[in-house]
Design a protein around this ligand. Structure first.
Ligand code: CIR
Length: 257
């Protein structure tokens, strides 16, 4: 039977010391962050994911955002190379988690790459060229996965931290975008669906079959998703957003036969 695994890590006590690029620092309510993470884990379980928790890492403020140190595909997991030293310290725990399930490849200096910059649409990967991911990182990713039949397209990111902060695949070749933050025209061959302009943070959605987990508080965007036939699951993520993360950032999803 196929196992659908979601790797997650609970928010640590140091999350208030997280890195911030496009947001001003606001106080993070740790209890609320923990409750929001519990609700997120519960949504994953309800939607058929086997939730595997990585060890808590209080010494790494951003470690709750497990998606960034890895790009996990069906055939391979490419261990990324975050742009900051602090986030590179999260790598060993992701290598240990993914190693039993996937062949591992690595991004090496001078390349930098973060999983939050990778939007996968079938065999096409759109990769943000951002403050965290550079051209060398994208070229190395392409070299690892082109032989497996993946195309890699670079997409300049200027308005937000990662490509996935402003765009996610919502199935059937459709990409949910916040065009104030990312260039919607870059998603060649995809249909783009705009978030409501008043709901900037709703472009980051986790796709699970015909279901999507989206940050709560985006009623207009959710209505657009429902109109497309998607089952929408809203989870409050205000405290993660204060740390400049959101729904996809909190999990690494793989399937194992
Ligand atoms: C950082 O700056 O690295 C964290 N504070 C936020 C990372 C969010 N991750 C993501 O968008 N994939």
């Amino acid at each position: 039977m196929t196992r659908h695994i979601a790797f997650v890590r609970r928010p640590g006590a140091s999350i208030g010391d997280c890195l911030l690029t496009h947001r001003d620092r606001e106080g993070i309510d740790l209890d609320l962050a923990r409750r929001q993470h519990a609700a997120y884990r519960e949504a994953l379980s309800r939607l058929g994911r086997e939730v595997i928790e990585l060890e808590e890492a209080d010494e790494h403020p951003d470690a709750v955002f497990v998606e960034d140190p890895v790009v996990a595909l069906d055939e391979i997991a490419v261990i990324a190379r975050p742009a900051t030293e602090s986030r590179r310290r999260e790598i060993p725990s992701l290598e240990a988690a993914l190693g039993p399930y996937r062949e591992l490849a690595h991004i090496a200096a001078p390349g930098t790459l973060e999983g939050g910059d990778v939007v996968r649409v079938g065999r096409r990967l759109f990769v943000g060229l951002s403050s965290r991911t550079n051209q060398a990182g994208i070229d190395q990713l392409r070299a690892h996965i082109a032989p497996l039949g993946y195309e890699v397209h670079a997409v300049p990111v200027t308005g937000c931290l990662h490509l996935k902060t402003g765009a996610s695949h919502i199935g059937h070749g459709r990409v949910l975008v916040n065009r104030d933050w990312v260039d919607a025209d870059a998603f060649v061959g995809c249909e783009t669906i705009d978030v409501d302009p008043s709901e900037a943070w709703s472009a980051n959605a986790v796709l699970l079959g015909e279901h999507v987990i989206v940050p709560a508080g985006a009623a207009k965007t959710c209505a657009r998703l429902r109109a497309l036939g998607l089952n929408v699951h809203e989870v409050g993520l205000s405290e993660m957003q204060k740390a400049e993360g959101s729904a996809t950032c909190l999990s690494v999803l793989i399937s194992v036969e």
